[in-house]
Design a protein around this ligand. Structure first.
Ligand code: DC
Length: 233
């Protein structure tokens, strides 16, 4: 979808890449933002940082008021490129700490709250800067940037996503079981898809990309073709 309205023209361009975890959307979003020289937003990292704060402070995650206040003042930045991108919260490197399975599960639980999602909205909009933004998450196309110039929704089978996660953990010498990873992925999908507020789903104009049997290079090439087709380069 190419925006031609005056409002869209006055705003920096945005490419949104949504989908469940393990589809490769984060890796592709980073690669495309690097290729274009655009800004990058890993919106899942914002929810994960909240998950980290909640775990660190031993909060009951139903303590919505506190988490809303943390979300409203969240200071998160992404520094560096591609797989070397580091995530900073209040100036501290939390790149590894937010990537644990536990943090992902807490993030997904926190993300159910409409008040927390609302508090994070303006934070996410603030990443929309010239020359453009590549944003990945669950609701980038449907809610946060509905006027994005290009919207992509990535999917992949649960088995393949669990296998990718298993290999990632193995590389880091972290023990995991494929069956446990599959179960966690299914549970997280279920929560992300069925929540009332901003559920995980493709927008009407999103290009659907099933990455189950595609390599990272193949998906990156496909997205580059879409970027060119939409006149963004
Ligand atoms: O993409 P991720 O695995 O880092 O995201 C962690 C959780 O955060 C995910 O299970 C749901 C939530 N999330 C969300 O609700 N909306 C987003 N735009 C991004 C993530």
């Amino acid at each position: 979808m190419i925006n031609t309205g005056s409002e869209a023209q006055s705003k920096p361009a945005v490419i949104t890449i949504d989908g469940p975890s393990g589809t490769g959307k984060g890796t592709i979003a980073r690669a495309i933002s690097n290729w274009l020289g655009w800004h990058f937003l890993d919106s899942g990292a914002l929810y994960r940082v909240l998950g980290l704060v909640a775990t660190r402070d031993r909060l009951d995650i139903s303590d919505e008021d506190y988490l809303v206040s943390v979300a409203s003042n969240l200071d998160v930045s992404f520094v560096g490129m591609e797989d070397r991108t580091k995530v900073y919260h209040n100036g501290l490197d939390c790149t590894l700490a937010i990537r644990t399975e536990e943090c992902g599960i807490v993030a997904s639980r926190i993300a159910v709250s409409p008040a927390i999602r609302k508090a994070l909205l303006s934070k996410q909009h603030a990443f929309r800067l010239n020359p453009g933004l590549v944003a990945d998450g669950r609701d980038m196309g449907t809610v946060v940037f509905p006027d994005a110039n290009l919207q992509i929704f990535m999917t992949a089978s649960v088995e393949e996503r669990a296998r990718r996660r298993y290999n990632q953990l193995k590389e880091k010498e972290i023990c995991a079981s494929l069956a446990d990873l599959s179960r966690d992925i299914k549970e997280r999908d279920e929560r992300d898809v069925t929540r009332q507020q901003s559920p995980l789903k493709p927008s009407q104009t999103a290009v659907i990309l099933d990455t189950t049997v595609m390599s990272i290079e193949e998906v990156t090439d496909k997205v580059k073709i879409l970027v060119r087709k939409h006149g963004l380069i």
